[in-house]
Write a protein that binds this ligand. Structure first.
Ligand code: ATP
Ligand code: MG
Ligand code: MG
Ligand code: MG
Length: 425
């Protein structure tokens, strides 16, 4: 038996809520100059475009547009985790140090340690130390297994070199899921289902074509783990692609690949956007989480853990699907589907009716109603990077037309407002 989907209903992503937001009402502005000392594109573009604000190295605030992107990414991940029976929970970020001493991980370099009252505490970099004793209190019998819980929450890691914008943070968002099984075979079956759900996540986020399912080191309890590696020069991992066999390997395990095959491999730089692990019985054993099986014999519990960096994924999408001056968000994660840009105040009325027509067809719309010159509006629209753009200039408007561009395909057409919604399909 394996974990069953428990949550068939889907909530719409923010990007898919039909509404019109007037740009003049947003706490938002763009900047002409990129932030200093930031070579990566996501750091430069997301700050310039007014998606995020940097507080210090590796620590960012999310502004209205950036938060909508993050919520869309989280929404996709939530749906896919529900589809493999994950139950959403929320655990504390502040942990007693004692839990970390139980597993012997209290001296990890990246741990932020602090005081909670007179007791030592840890800001959670991951949650095996919390979820294992928690599930031990909720699972009464082997009949309750398998079980799988996940959360979407901020993690804290004192990274030696926080850099590349959202790609490596000290405080960052993660979806972490943990599964509990009575047998290794059951864990293995579930692991494959989660891997498939992960493929769907990256596909829906627009990175399917550049994300490789990659063999990586597995720690002490299984030979390999699997990483989802998205190819980008600002990644910090080196992976090897065997195009013939359709296999990707992290450099850290390349020694274990038969030597006569390496020659044929392509070496690329990539960022780890997800990682799935078989943990074996290590954590359950450390916390004394055992259950009697059907014949009354106490059994060790096998665990799997499955992470996706939610904020890193936002950064990776921006990094990979942009040029130096322009972003193109995929529809599923874009803060809004459509940008309606009147070139002057006289075109506002037609712009309003175009925006309403798009919303009526189910689109979320950002309407640039600001009193700003046309060139600046167009440059801002490139930076903001919505996938559908409607430009309304005096000459086309006089002919009763608006100019629609699909920024993913580059196709531009002039259409009357009545045909606009059809043009976006
Ligand atoms: P890396 O090798 O990049 O340091 P990791 O292997 O330490 O990542 P995991 O412990 O596997 O990371 O965490 C699960 C996921 O969390 C990663 O696959 C990644 O997407 C994300 N992640 C990890 N560290 C960071 C970070 N410092 N900033 C943003 N996201 C991160
Ligand atoms: Mg790390
Ligand atoms: Mg790693
Ligand atoms: Mg990892």
């Amino acid at each position: 038996d394996t974990v069953r989907p428990h949550h068939a209903k889907r909530t719409p992503l923010m990007a898919h809520l039909p509404d019109v937001t007037r740009q003049s009402t947003l706490a938002h502005r763009t900047r002409r100059e990129p932030p200093a000392g930031e070579p990566s594109r996501n750091a430069r573009l997301l700050e310039r475009a007014g998606y995020v604000g940097k507080l210090m190295a590796g620590v960012y605030s999310y502004l209205p547009l950036g938060l909508r992107v993050l919520r869309n990414v989280e929404g996709i991940i939530r749906e896919e985790m529900n589809s493999v029976g994950g139950q959403e929970v929320l655990m504390p970020a502040l942990h007693p140090l004692a839990n970390w001493e139980t597993t012997g991980r209290q001296d990890m370099d990246i741990l932020f340690r602090t005081k909670s009252g007179s007791a030592d505490a840890v800001l959670g970099p991951t949650h095996e130390e919390v979820v294992t004793p928690l599930l031990a209190t909720q699972v009464a019998s082997y009949k309750d297994l398998p079980a799988s819980v996940f959360q979407i929450q901020n993690k804290f890691r004192n990274e030696a070199r926080p850099k590349s914008g959202l790609l490596r943070g000290r405080e960052f968002g993660m979806k972490d899921m943990y599964s509990f099984h009575l047998s290794e075979a059951d864990l293995e079956e579930y692991y494959e289902r989660v891997a498939e759900a992960y493929r769907c996540v990256f596909e829906r986020c627009g990175l399917g074509a550049v994300t490789h399912y990659t063999y990586a080191s597995g720690g002490a309890f299984s030979e390999f783990s699997h990483e989802f590696q998205a190819v980008t020069p600002y990644g910090e991992d080196t992976i090897y692609l065997d195009h013939g066999k359709g296999i990707a390997l992290n450099k850290e395990i390349i020694d274990r690949y038969p030597a006569d095959e390496i020659a044929a491999m392509e070496q690329v730089t990539a960022i780890e956007v997800g990682n799935i692990f078989k943990l074996g019985t290590r954590f359950a054993d450390a916390f004394g989480f055992r259950l009697p099986d059907a014949s009354g014999v106490p059994q060790s519990i096998h665990m799997g853990c499955y992470g996706i960096g939610t904020t890193r994924l936002v950064g990776a999408i921006a990094e990979i699907l942009s040029t130096d001056d322009a972003m193109v968000w995929p529809e599923n994660v874009a803060p809004y589907h459509c940008h309606v840009v009147p070139m002057d105040a006289g075109r506002l009325e037609l712009a309003e009716s175009a925006a309403q027509a798009l919303a009526a067809a189910g689109h979320s719309v950002l309407l640039d109603d600001r009193a700003v010159r046309a060139g600046a509006k167009l440059a801002d629209a490139d930076l903001i990077g919505l996938p559908h753009r409607v430009v309304i200039g005096a000459r086309t408007a006089a002919e009763g037309l608006v100019e629609y561009t699909n920024r993913v395909s580059g196709r531009t057409v002039k259409v009357p407002v009545a045909e606009l919604a059809a043009a976006t399909a």
